[in-house]
Design a protein around this ligand. Sequence first.
Ligand SMILES: NC(=O)c1ccc[n+]([C@@H]2O[C@H](COP(=O)([O-])OP(=O)(O)OC[C@H]3O[C@@H](n4cnc5c(N)ncnc54)[C@H](OP(=O)(O)O)[C@@H]3O)[C@@H](O)[C@H]2O)c1
Length: 261
Amino acid sequence: MASRLADRWVLITGASAGFGAAAARAFAAEGARLLLGARRVDRLEAAAASARAAGSPEVHFHGLDVALTASVETFVRWTATVADRIDVLVNNAGGALGLEPVSEGRDEDWEGMMQSNALGILRMVRAVLPRMPRDAGATILNIGSIAARTPYENGAAYCAAKAAELAITKSLRLELCGSGIRVATLDPGMAETEFSVVRFKGDEERARKVYAGVKPLTPEDVAEAMVWMAGRPAHVCIDEMIIKPVDQAAIHKVHRRVVGG
Ligand SMILES: NC(=O)c1ccc[n+]([C@@H]2O[C@H](COP(=O)([O-])OP(=O)(O)OC[C@H]3O[C@@H](n4cnc5c(N)ncnc54)[C@H](OP(=O)(O)O)[C@@H]3O)[C@@H](O)[C@H]2O)c1
């Protein structure tokens, strides 16, 4: 049976790395057509090439900064020049900046996290909604985090930004009830991507320690869940999904295997 996602137009934000780049390949393998956005256009070009190799009939990419309304509007206007509609919007762009107590937090980091993880979703949805078909399986899939549900010390702003993502998802689900557009959140636990390198501002050694002795999720694990959620029959909405590594029972409960032990 052909995939329900074949020939669908799927827009993925933050497609230059991690979950977003893996999602581009996974939707491509279903035969979906892709619109990819992120700030690093050279990395988008590589993600687009992988998606074409994975089987997408059509892949386009364009620079996008979800923290800027003008950039979002330019991006969505550009989508209209290559695609007649947007069937699936994956709001994945985001991440964490810093891991400090509030007493040592930096405005720049707090504002960056709120902009990309929370306000970016509002901007993208406002701009894309007029281009989404009604009653035809259209999907808004927001990428949240278990941090939205269990705050942790030194992560106040990130946890708050992801809690905002969850609240936005729930509000949209109510606002769009009757439109035939489904709205969902996919909330991962620990996954190895560039997330920790970005959080620790390029300190790769510190980033590696986050995953020491643990078998974290891979970007492909998360992408597979995205494809499944967006590929359900048009009348089905998976409102919320939490996906964690087996080694992570809760945000603070991570089993670490002793290396060499
Ligand atoms: N890895 C984890 O453990 C984990 C767990 C739960 C949730 N998440 C969430 O999953 C999402 C993807 O993260 P990831 O783990 O794949 O991290 P990643 O490898 O660092 O990828 C983040 C992506 O977001 C893009 N991005 C960041 N700010 C942006 C902006 N202002 N405008 C446009 N694109 C932006 C980056 O692209 P550019 O830099 O090129 O713009 C990159 O493509 C994030 O929302 C993150 O919070 C991650």
